[in-house]
Design a protein around this ligand. Structure first.
Ligand SMILES: [Zn+2]
Length: 306
């Protein structure tokens, strides 16, 4: 079934390097949710200025679901271009203010981000009017412990960020790294399952209406993770490596052992969970990504399949 969204709401469906941008056009205030990856900021600005976007109209507010690089990368550029304030989940604001590049998975995961100020703190439980619609701020810890999702009860719209996608959710840290993350993931799914959601606007992929099927898949994934910390670690590292491949377009296969020995998230998850040599870790990640058809080999390089 195709989704129907209120006319003042437009979703720019992006790729995996940039999260989706959700534009909420109100009678006199326009609001954007999430701003993509930093290297895509010129494209994000061009979409905003397009006819489907704002055209020549001003932007009143930029909002983030959470602080990961693919959701906040355009923040600094959009704030500079439109002079609009940035509203950010209160629980995660301290990490941004002290620029905790480890917890926010920036340098720690070989991801780039431009520093930005937070003008408004969004508290879980509060309600905000964006695009002439009321949105409830709901805490959605798990993939990101400070994340919010935004729910509009009138139309049953959930802006879910990386807490729920049509086929899964954003990777979660293994218990050996953060024992709270996977239980929080399950609790967040339980919270969403209790909401009368009709349409989900995810952080990645098209909006979807088959919420029950998405929740079933998310619970199955959660059960598999609960049974196997190593599976979580491999999944997280495959996601992060695919992201870096998209950002860099290609990586030399011969350089990967040194790379996974150097970049913090690979080192920490390997030390805590997988306990492989860097060579074996790199080989395993490449083999599993090839099997999943997420990557291809071109000459002596690994490249994204897409
Ligand atoms: Zn995320």
């Amino acid at each position: 079934m195709r989704h129907t969204l209120p006319p003042q709401l437009h979703v720019f469906v992006r790729d995996w390097l940039s999260a989706n941008n959700v534009l909420l056009k109100g009678r006199d205030r326009h609001v954007l949710i999430d701003s993509g990856y930093v290297t895509h900021a010129p494209l994000t600005l061009a979409l905003l200025r397009s006819e489907r976007g704002l055209g020549q109209a001003p932007l009143s507010l930029l909002v983030n679901t959470h602080g990961h690089s693919d959701h906040i990368g355009g923040n600094a550029a959009i704030r500079a271009a439109y002079g609009c304030p940035i509203a950010f989940p209160a629980a995660e604001a301290p990490l941004v203010e002290r620029w905790d590049a480890k917890t926010l998975l920036y340098e720690y995961a070989d991801q780039e981000a431009d520093r930005f100020p937070i003008d408004v703190r969004l508290e879980a439980g509060s309600t905000h009017v964006w695009g002439d619609l009321e949105w409830r701020m709901l805490a959605a810890p798990g993939h990101d412990m400070g994340a919010l999702v935004f729910f509009n009860p009138e139309h049953g719209i959930l802006v879910s960020g990386d807490a729920l996608w049509e086929n899964g959710y954003g990777f979660v840290m293994p218990r050996a790294i953060d024992p709270a993350a996977l239980p929080a993931t399950r609790a967040t799914l339980d919270m969403i399952a209790e909401l009368p959601v009709r349409i989900v606007i995810p952080g990645h992929g098209e909006p979807f209406t088959n919420v029950a099927a998405a929740l079933d898949k998310a619970y199955l994934r959660t059960e598999a993770f609960e049974a196997d910390d190593a599976r979580m670690a491999r999944h997280a590292l495959k996601v992060v490596l695919t992201f870096s491949l998209l950002a860099r377009r290609a990586m030399r296969i011969a350089d990967l052992p040194a790379y996974v020995a150097r970049i913090g998230i690979y080192r920490d998850l390997n030390d805590a969970v997988l306990r492989m040599t860097p060579e074996a870790l790199a080989e395993m990640l490449v083999a599993e990504l090839l099997r999943a058809r997420a990557v291809r080999i071109e000459g002596d390089c690994l490249v994204p399949a897409a």
